[in-house]
Design a protein around this ligand. Sequence first.
Ligand code: IMP
Length: 196
Amino acid sequence: MKKLVLASNNPGKLREFAQLLAPLDFEVRPQADFDIPEAEEPHRTFVENALVKARHAARLSGLPALADDSGLCVEALGGAPGVYSARYGGEPKSDERNNAKLLAELAGQKNRRAHYVCVLVLMRHADDPQPIVVEGEWHGEILNAPRGTGGFGYDPLFFVPEFGCSSAELPADQKNAISHRGKALQLLIARLRPAT
Ligand code: IMP
């Protein structure tokens, strides 16, 4: 199996990437396995942060690196929490506080439209001048109260109209098939497959 270092230690993401990349013969290892500390994410866009994270992990591991930068963009909040999704409720990062803050910011708001974004960057090595960059989106609405126990992050508040439930109520394989990360990964896989 080909080793790929994932520039994240988030167990939810690791599980999803490992499941989705196993059929392509990739063994996805978290950067913690190589004692790589989390990179700074100083930028205002998903793509800039993903590039920085992938380069950092490739440089320190000597392996190809995959970075994901993702988050939730809420229309009525001008795209917030966006790149600040992980720490929206303050430090240390907490899904519970993030969700509570999101509900408070949207109190009384009729427009609940939101979408998840996932940018994936695959760098073959730290000086790769042409990394693969793909982006997926998943559209839904923010609920008034949490529902479900699956997934992670904002999933209990993210209503998926096609299924009439929250993304925390979807089985993992169903979420993977339609999520922002799943869509971005399908695009990445298409780019990795040799042309036939
Ligand atoms: P990142 O690790 O910098 O990409 O931050 C992503 C943050 O966005 C996570 O900590 C979650 O708060 C949120 N997020 C991204 N993808 C998902 C998802 O699939 N479900 C729920 N929350 C997500």
